[in-house]
Design a protein around this ligand. Structure first.
Ligand code: CU
Length: 65
């Protein structure tokens, strides 16, 4: 599972929104985020493209990291 870079993730509220979006795709997913590097690491069996799309649809700018 690749990391994602979410450039407009700025606070814990963003992390919660991203986690919720990811877990809407895969309820078993675990999300760890680093606000300084803007990196989001997801442990999930879902395709990375699906997870990136969910993060995008939650209103964030996401790139493969
Ligand atoms: Cu925020």
């Amino acid at each position: 599972m690749p990391d994602f870079v979410v450039s407009d993730m700025t606070c814990d509220g963003c992390v919660r929104a991203i986690t919720k979006a990811v877990q809407a795709v895969d309820p078993a997913a675990t999300v760890s985020a680093d606000l300084v590097s803007k990196r989001v690491h997801v442990e999930s069996t879902s395709p990375p493209a699906d997870l990136a799309e969910a993060i995008d649809e939650a209103g964030f700018t996401v790139a493969a990291g």
